[in-house]
Design a protein around this ligand. Structure first.
Ligand code: DX5
Ligand code: ZN
Length: 221
């Protein structure tokens, strides 16, 4: 199994989006990560469904949509219609988590939950069977360019054990401060999918940056 890389559009040059997408595809990226922020759940405001529709015209890579919004249930239909492949929301932002996960799957998207650094695994234990993806935040959500929080590595190990103990095929994704150094830690702890913003689109050669991140896992233990 090789590491799956999902570069984050939040760090891309939106004025050169077609070119930037072609570069990450050339580097072997498998997904495009899209950070949707509402200025309420997190102190930043980014994109809505119109960007998903635009990305669908520019790339065939699956769109891995990460909603950092309150009441994410309000957006399930709109993001499904726009072409999202993965719809990941925060259990800290809604009341009826299990109902929303079922709804996301009914709309044909992969259902994901994202855990803030300060949030315990107990928030997801009752709904593991309803999950296609579990995203472990390695930074507090809201901005790109932050540093990986070291306590994330043992948390990834615990998530790995939880998923394995429940025979879950859910994807374990890590998001925030991923570099060629920190990706090794997260990969060795049991993650398989990695969001990378600054370490890809902040580089002169995004294609090479994606390849280096993948190589860092391939040469890890
Ligand atoms: C932060 C977002 C991340 C961020 C990653 O709230 O969820 O996806 O864009 O960017 P880097 O890789 O620069 O930390
Ligand atoms: Zn994200």
């Amino acid at each position: 199994m090789s590491a799956r890389i999902a570069p984050s559009a939040l760090s891309a040059d939106l004025g050169r989006l077609r070119e930037q997408l072609a570069q990450i595809e050339e580097g072997g990226a498998e997904w495009v990560h899209v950070d949707v922020m509402d200025g309420c759940f997190v102190p930043n405001l980014t994109f809505g469904a119109p960007l998903i529709r635009a990305l669908k015209k520019l790339t065939n890579l699956p769109l891995d949509v990460h909603l950092m919004v309150v009441q994410p249930e309000k957006y399930i239909d709109e993001f499904a219609d726009a072409g999202s492949a993965v719809f990941t929301f925060h259990p800290e932002a809604t009341t009826h988590v299990q109902r929303q996960l079922v709804r996301v799957r009914e709309r044909g998207m992969h259902a994901g939950l994202a855990l803030n650094p300060g949030s315990p695994l107990s928030l997801v234990e009752e709904v593991v069977e309803d999950l296609d993806l579990l995203l472990v935040m390695s930074v507090n959500p809201g901005f790109g360019g932050q540093r990986y929080i070291p306590s994330t590595t043992p948390k990834i190990r615990r998530v790995r054990s939880l998923l394995d103990s429940r025979q879950s095929g859910a994807i374990l994704e890590v998001d925030g401060g991923i570099t060629v150094e920190t990706i090794r830690l997260a990969w060795e702890a049991g993650a398989c999918t990695f969001v990378a913003g600054t370490s890809v689109f902040g580089e002169k050669d995004p294609a090479g940056a994606v390849a280096r991140l993948k190589a860092a896992c391939a040469t890890a233990v």
